[in-house]
Design a protein around this ligand. Structure first.
Ligand code: ROI
Length: 168
């Protein structure tokens, strides 16, 4: 028995040198307290889902183990986003860094601050593809396998950018 929960976190950036945003966020995630064993999926560029003429995104997914509670993890992620100058005023607008908890073990969570599994992950290719790369046999709580969701999803806009991340 151990107290660690396996967590998947989606990363996205389309402003202020997205590759640098993602790279430094990965280093910060690798330093999270009470957490270990970070693994990063390949990086993809993706066309923006959202209003207006936004630049392409870089997206990837991280897997890690943590003994933090879900809301404590969210606090940590929001403080990393803040360091990256994230402004939360435009819904679905361009962003320097977005960190979303996709899955928190097998838990289903619905609070003011958190909805897990992430409510939009099942139809977003930029989430499902890197998630599948990291965890090809994963099944969502009360749901289908990541493989099934991915098969039903358009991923034609995704371009593989980078295959390995090594925490510094
Ligand atoms: N579109 C893409 N391609 N990638 C994202 O990470 C992303 N994040 C968002 C919205 C604005 C919905 N669109 C996105 O939050």
């Amino acid at each position: 028995m151990n107290n660690f929960t396996t967590v998947f976190i989606g990363l996205g950036s389309n402003l202020s040198d997205p590759a640098e945003q993602i790279n430094s966020a990965l280093n910060e995630l690798a330093q999270l307290p009470s957490s270990r064993a970070l693994q990063c999926a390949p990086w993809y560029s993706s066309k923006a889902i959202g209003p207006g003429d936004q630049p392409d995104y870089i997206n990837t997914v991280v897997k890690l183990e943590t003994i933090l509670a879900a809301e404590k993890l969210l606090d940590q992620l929001q403080s990393i986003e803040k360091k990256h100058g994230r402004q939360r005023n435009i819904r679905w607008g361009a962003r320097t860094l977005d960190l979303d908890i996709l899955l928190f073990g097998e838990e289903v969570i619905s609070t003011n601050r958190l909805e897990i599994p992430h409510p939009e992950m099942n139809w977003r290719g930029f989430v499902l593809k890197p998630l599948f790369d990291l965890a090809p046999t994963l099944t969502l709580p009360k749901g289908h396998s990541v493989k099934e969701y991915l098969a039903a999803c358009d991923t034609s806009d995704l371009r593989l950018l980078k295959d390995v991340f090594i925490a510094q």
